[in-house]
Structures are given as structure tokens and as C-alpha cells.
Write a protein that binds this ligand. Structure first.
Ligand code: PEP
Ligand code: MG
Length: 577
């Protein structure tokens, strides 16, 4: 039997089910007598104190096992416990409604849970799980119930549960827990984040997996695709075991690339960076050894809110990114809204061709008040790290100059206000419009760097909407025309005396067929999903740049996308595995 859920932590696992049954706690509705109020409140205070002690212990253990960023989850639990709002509401129910203490904790935490679950923001919504985690801890203390001791698992298993709390996940030992599957949860739930750090494959959001599988039966999961297969016959187990073995070997091999340089066999070094959408993605960037952020998509900050994020809100986010990555360059892209990215609170005109319309830098240059808030936030955050500002969708030199001048004007204003702004901010542009690729040498006079946005460049080159299923066959990354435009961009940047650096932050930068060609063309920086970085390093370190230059020359003689793909696959063979 096969079902699909949300792939929450990469990897393949096959093993025997360990079905976690949630202890059914019967919560009594019995009211207490007036004379028992004081002793019930005392019981509550004692349980809170003991829960705090347990949490402090868990913080120390987690810091050692998973690092301090994961321990922060339990620090957050601690601060929820310390929140007078929670305690007051519980005590209020005991004193005024005569609820017994367990019932009062249950009702209050459930109310908080409802409140969080109804929030629109996915990240905050998933914090509702933290409230339930805390509730279980307090009630277990009150009733003297021992937590499911997952740290005691000493046999290889795949855990199947309704949900795993962060406290439970932090106890898992990857030596024995080969994977886990949950009815609920999403990719950004803390359990999923921890699973990724522990390297335990996981699939969540499976709805009713706990009712479908039986304890100790064979089960397999693919944490990339979200696929789960259960009730496996022996021959199926063998097939999955082979896949699991391949994955484990690859993972071990990829881990050995952590801390290494990205350098071809003939000594040419390249920089691999991560694309991120929020500060929440930084853990993964660092874990996967990104040497910087090549693209921070700021539009998510706008899309997650139901109003324009303020200067202070933006400043806080940018400062965190810059501080966390302070050893490296962080390229922050200014607001790229329009096309497929809409804001509910920004009423923009309806257009026949939104991807060719009023979007990205065009919109920001037209609505300078919105642009100004972002630029001021960026400039003030600049002293916290190594900032590079990048404009999206630039098509003309006038646009670039106007945007750059605007940044300089905002800088002068801030300095006049007595604010500090770094003097070393690079100002660059994305190359995603074919006109800019063709004119790269001209743009290089003004820009400090380029970053090629192939996601858009491909759609504009082939006139094939990247959102349209019907013309998806025309969305061809290796089309010789696309390759030529990329090469023109790199050559243009290097033809100018400044020889400005060229990066790529479109999906092509992490694509195994494209990477050898990009190495041959002399791209300097590759920015991709953090999870692709080590595989890209492995590939680049197995290449010879001079050979890749010859491969580029051959590819440019090909007639079509398919011919280029066949050529690269044939030349590189199993290096692409
Ligand atoms: C691109 O177009 O390649 C790019 C990175 O930008 P986005 O995908 O956000 O449009
Ligand atoms: Mg783009």
C-alpha cells in the first residue's frame, strides 16, 4: 500500500514500525471545593517549577546534541511557561470556576492552541504544537506520568505517531530511529527541522497513518518525495533496502565534502551559496556549508504579513540574516513582487501579461514610498555584516542608475539623521531579461556584480510562461539560446576592466547537467537550495575546467536542449550520479 505525505526530512528508510500510542489521559471534570483552592494552586506551582527544571535539563542536553539553535525551542517553551498570561488564566479557572488543576491546564492550553492554529502565518501556526508539548509536560508532572522514553529505543525502527513533539524528537537516536512518520505537521514544524538536523528521514502530514499500519510490520519512506509504502512483502523490502543503501552511501560521501573547498581538479575555485526566503532557512544554509547567501528573496517577508512590513520589522529581519552569516557576503534582493507573486493588501492593476508587466524594480521605482522603507531598513542593517543589494528584473541602464541613485540618496538622508551605514555595500543586479544579458558589458560599467536569474531568463528567452502547464515543454534550461545568453553575461562582465563577479541564483545553478557548462563558462558563484550544495561541490570537484570549456564549445554547436542534455550526460557519465 502506498500513500503520500509531506517530505519533511530528506532520505530513505526502511524498517519495522514502532507505533507510538498516545497515553490516553482521562481528564476529570470534577469541580473542587472552595477549601481546596489553595492546595490546588500549590500543586500547579509545584508542577510548573518541576517542568521548568526538566526544561532546563533538556536545554543543556539539546545544546550538546543538536546545537544551541535547536535548544532555543525549549527556551521558548520556558518563556511560555513563565508567561503570566498562561498561569493567570489557569489560576483564574481554579479560583473562580473551581476547575481542578488538570482540567484548568487542559482548557487554558487548548485555548492558546486554538488561537495559534487559527493564525495565517504558517510558521506561527505550527508553534501551536509547542503549546501542546508544554501542556503534556505540565499534566504529566501533575499526574506523575513518565514521558514516552524515546531515548531508550535500542532497536532499529521507523516511528509512526500522531505527532512528535520537539521534546520527543530531540531524544531520538539516529542510530536506531531510521525514520519517522506523523499524521500531522508540516515542513517548518520544529520536529521536521530537528529531524533534518539529526539526519533522520521523515514524512509528515499523513493524516491517518497511525490507523493504517500495524506495529512491527515492514514500512518504507522517502523523505524527499513524501512517499510511504507499508505492509511490504519481502521482495519489496529488498528493493527499498537497495535504495536506502545508495542513499546512505551518498549521504556519507556528501558529508565528507563539508568544510572542503569547491575547486576543480585543475585548481579553479568556485563559491557555493544558498538561496533563502527567511531567517528560518539560515540553519540549513550553515549546516550545508553555504559560503554566503546568493539570494535572499525579501518578498516572502511581505507575503507572510497582511500589511507592508515596517522599516523596523524589515531592519530586524535583515540584521538577523547579516549577523548570522557575518563571515560571508549576503545578497539581499529588493522587493520582487508582481507576476505570480501578489500581495493581498496591495491593489495593483490587472494586466494581460503580468510577467511582462508592472513588477519588481519597475514597480518599486514607480512607488518610491514602498521602496524607500525597504532601502532604509537594508542600509541601517548593513553595519551588521557584509551586505550586497540586488535589484530584480532590470532591463535598462536607466532603471539601474535610478535605483542605485535612490539607494545613495537614502544613505545620505540616514547619515544626516545620525544613523550608521556601511561604506562597503555592493550594489548589483539580476540578469533575467534577455536585453540585460545581451548588454552585460554595458551594465558592467555601473553594477558591482551580476546574478543570473535563469528562472525568468528562460521564460523570457523562449517566450514560455513559467507557470503554464501547456507550454512547459518549451521551458528549456539547456536550450543553446539560453546558454548563449548566460555566456554573453559572463563574458560581458569580464570584458569590462572591473571584471565584476557573476553569480547565478536561478534553479539552474544547482542543476547537475548545467553545472559543468557553467564551470566551463567561468561563472564565479552558484547560489542554490541549501540541500543541493554538497552534491554540487562533489560534482565540481570531480571536473576539469579546461575540459568543461571544450564541452561548452560543443554544447553551443548543438541544435537543441535535448541534444545538449544528451551531450553532457554522455561526456560526464556517472560523475552526474
Ligand atoms: C530567477 O528568476 O531566476 C530568480 C531567482 O528569481 P525568482 O525565481 O524569485 O523569480
Ligand atoms: Mg526572477
Amino acid at each position: 500500500m502506498k500513500i503520500n505525505g509531506i517530505g519533511a526530512s530528506n532520505g530513505i528508510a526502511v524498517g519495522k514500525v514502532l507505533l507510538l500510542k498516545e497515553a490516553k489521559i482521562k481528564i476529570s471534570d470534577n469541580k473542587i471545593a472552595e477549601k481546596d483552592i489553595a492546595s490546588e494552586i500549590k500543586r500547579f506551582d509545584k508542577a510548573i517549577l518541576e517542568t521548568k527544571n526538566d526544561l532546563n535539563e533538556l536545554i543543556v542536553k539539546t545544546q550538546k546534541k543538536l546545537g544551541s539553535e535547536h535548544a532555543e525551542i525549549f527556551e521558548a517553551h520556558l518563556s511560555i511557561l513563565k508567561d503570566p498570561e498562561l498561569s493567570n488564566q489557569i489560576k483564574d479557572l481554579i479560583t473562580n470556576e473551581k476547575f481542578n488543576v488538570v482540567k484548568a491546564v487542559d482548557v487554558t492550553c487548548n485555548n492558546f492552541y486554538q488561537l495559534f492554529s487559527a493564525l495565517e502565518d504558517e510558521y506561527l501556526r505550527e508553534r501551536a504544537a509547542d503549546i501542546l508539548d508544554i501542556k503534556t509536560k505540565i499534566i504529566n508532572q501533575l499526574l506523575g506520568i513518565k514521558d514516552n522514553a524515546l531515548s531508550d529505543i535500542k532497536q532499529e525502527v521507523v516511528i509512526v505517531a500522531n505527532d512528535l513533539t520537539p521534546s520527543q524528537t530531540s531524544q531520538l537516536d539516529p542510530k536506531f530511529v531510521k525514520g519517522f512518520l506523523c499524521n500531522i505537521g508540516g515542513r517548518t514544524s520544529h520536529s521536521a527541522i530537528m529531524a533534518r538536523s539529526l539526519g533522520i528521514p521523515a514524512v509528515v502530514g499523513l493524516k491517518d497513518i497511525t490507523t493504517k499500519v500495524k506495529d512491527k510490520t515492514n514500512i518504507a519512506l522517502n523523505g524527499n518525495s513524501g512517499e510511504v509504502e507499508f505492509d511490504l512483502a519481502d521482495e519489496k523490502v529488498t528493493v527499498w533496502k537497495e535504495q536506502e543503501k545508495k542513499w546512505i552511501n551518498l549521504k556519507t560521501e556528501l558529508l565528507s565534502f563539508k568544510g572542503k573547498k569547491t575547486i576543480t581538479k585543475d585548481g579553479y575555485e568556485f563559491k557555493l551559496e544558498a538561496n533563502v526566503g527567511s531567517v528560518r532557512d539560515l540553519d540549513s544554509a550553515l549546516e550545508n556549508d553555504a559560503h554566503g547567501i546568493g539570494l535572499f528573496r525579501t518578498e516572502f517577508l511581505y507575503m507572510e504579513n497582511d500589511n507592508f512590513p515596517t522599516e523596523t520589522e524589515q531592519f530586524t529581519e535583515y540584521k538577523t540574516v547579516l549577523k548570522t552569516m557575518s563571515k560571508f557576503k549576503v545578497v539581499i534582493r529588493t522587493l520582487d513582487i508582481g507576476g505570480d507573486k501578489k500581495l493581498t493588501y496591495w491593489d495593483l492593476p490587472h494586466e494581460m501579461n503580468p510577467f511582462l508587466g508592472y513588477r519588481a524594480i519597475r514597480l518599486c521605482l514607480d512607488q518610491k514610498d514602498v521602496f524607500k522603507t525597504q532601502i532604509r531598513a537594508l542600509l541601517q542593517a548593513s553595519t551588521s555584516g557584509n551586505l550586497a543589494i540586488m535589484f530584480p528584473m532590470v532591463a535598462t541602464v536607466e532603471e539601474f542608475k535610478e535605483a542605485k541613485d535612490f539607494v545613495l540618496k537614502c544613505k545620505a538622508e540616514l547619515i544626516k539623521e545620525g544613523k550608521k551605514v556601511s561604506d562597503n555595500i555592493l550594489i548589483g543586479m539580476m540578469i533575467e531579461v534577455p536585453a540585460s544579458a545581451v548588454n552585460a558589458e554595458i551594465f558592467a560599467k555601473y553594477a558591482d556584480f551580476f546574478s543570473i536569474g535563469t528562472n525568468d531568463l528562460i521564460q523570457y528567452t523562449l517566450a514560455a510562461d513559467r507557470m503554464s502547464e501547456k507550454v512547459s515543454y518549451l521551458y528549456q534550461p539547456y536550450h543553446p539560446a539560453v546558454l548563449r545568453l548566460i555566456k554573453m553575461t559572463i563574458d560581458g562582465a569580464k570584458a569590462h576592466a572591473k571584471k565584476i563577479p557573476v553569480g547565478m541564483c536561478g534553479e539552474m545553478a544547482g542543476d547537475k547537467i548545467a553545472i559543468p557548462l557553467l564551470v566551463g563558462m567561468g561563472l564565479d558563484e552558484f547560489s542554490m537550495s541549501a540541500s543541493d550544495i554538497l552534491a554540487a561541490r562533489k560534482l565540481i570537484n570531480s571536473l576539469n575546467k579546461k575540459d568543461m570549456e571544450l564541452l561548452v564549445a560543443e554544447a553551443l554547436k548543438c541544435d537543441s536542449h535535448d541534444e545538449v542534455k544528451a551531450l553532457v550526460t554522455k561526456k560526464l557519465g556517472n560523475l552526474l550520479d
